[in-house]
Design a protein around this ligand. Structure first.
Ligand SMILES: Cc1cc2nc3c(=O)[nH]c(=O)nc-3n(C[C@H](O)[C@H](O)[C@H](O)COP(=O)(O)O)c2cc1C
Length: 272
């Protein structure tokens, strides 16, 4: 209950404090008011939230608990077969599969639902060759010492180096860009919120969707990757986030043993 003085005027305008669709709240607190102004503001904010448009939740599916456990186990079984791949086949992958997986990524949660991401899917061999050329130039500097000894030591068990033939071999390279500005609708120029968190989650969705569809990926981050803006025609305000190499594994492809060791539950989780 509020104990400051406040009233609502019937002005349906979006301005000032604690605005709902039909009212403008005006705060009239006095010094020493028993309810702090911040608390009144929060309550007004909650009051304004109750005015938002809603839909019934119609697509939630509930499962009996044994089935939930089985589904959780099945998903774990499927996702633990995902591995970062660096040895791709040139076997084509239909564009429709990539499109659907990007649609799945686009359903990810994001700060204020601004969806601050762009996915540039590169299938053109000439463009892939250009990406490889630019990426390898950066990677040569990186592996040549720019990375520093500690980072190179951490990468050693993966066996990676500056050579990135998969950037041409794999049928698709999906460059993911993070947008500082945008908004929930196309063409808007508003501040975006929690951009890295949002784009990271969407990238995770995309990796899962591609894996679920039966494709392998590599999360690749040639450093720096500003060259992707020019190649993909993206504005300077967008930050290249990750280059997701996508396709089928080459015959006899291998993965580094080091990458298959995952921390046990006891180490990555705590329950209270
Ligand atoms: C943000 C991020 C950046 C990565 N960048 C690279 C990269 O540039 N080159 C590479 O070969 N692997 C890269 N990886 C892949 C990791 O090496 C790989 O995820 C890790 O070794 C675990 O292997 P797994 O994905 O098979 O579980 C990156 C992974 C992440 C999450």
């Amino acid at each position: 209950m509020l104990s400051g003085l406040w009233y609502a005027t019937g002005i349906g305008r979006r301005a000032g404090l604690g605005v709902s669709s039909g009212f403008r709240f005006v705060l009239l607190t006095e010094p020493g008011s028993p309810t702090p102004r911040s608390e009144i503001e929060r309550e007004l904010h909650e009051a304004s939230m109750s005015e938002h448009e809603t839909l019934p939740l119609s697509d939630f599916l509930e499962y009996p608990q044994p089935e939930m456990q089985a589904r959780a186990e099945a998903f774990y079984g499927e996702i633990r077969r995902r591995h970062s791949l660096r040895d791709f086949s040139d076997r084509p992958v239909p564009r429709g599969i990539i499109e659907t997986c990007i649609r799945a990524a686009g359903t990810a949660p994001s700060g204020a639902n601004h969806q601050p991401w762009h996915f540039a899917a590169i299938g053109d061999p000439a463009v892939k060759a250009l990406v490889r050329e630019k990426a390898e130039a950066e990677e040569r500097a990186f592996y040549g010492g720019k990375a520093g000894a500690e980072w190179l030591e951490a990468l050693a068990p993966l066996g990676t180096d500056a050579e990135k033939p998969f950037l041409e071999t794999a049928p698709w390279l999906i460059a993911i860009f993070a947008q500082r500005r945008g908004g929930p609708e196309a063409g808007q120029d508003l501040k975006n919120y929690y951009v890295s968190e949002s784009v990271g989650i969407a990238t995770g969705f995309l990796i899962c969707a591609l894996h679920h569809a039966g494709l392998a990926t590599l999360t690749h981050t040639p450093k720096p990757m500003g060259f992707l803006n020019e190649i993909c025609g993206r504005p300077e305000s967008e930050r290249p986030f990750v280059l997701l190499v996508t396709g089928y594994p080459a015959a006899g492809a291998t993965i580094p043993r080091h990458a298959t060791t995952k921390k046990p539950l006891e180490e990555i989780a705590s329950f209270f």
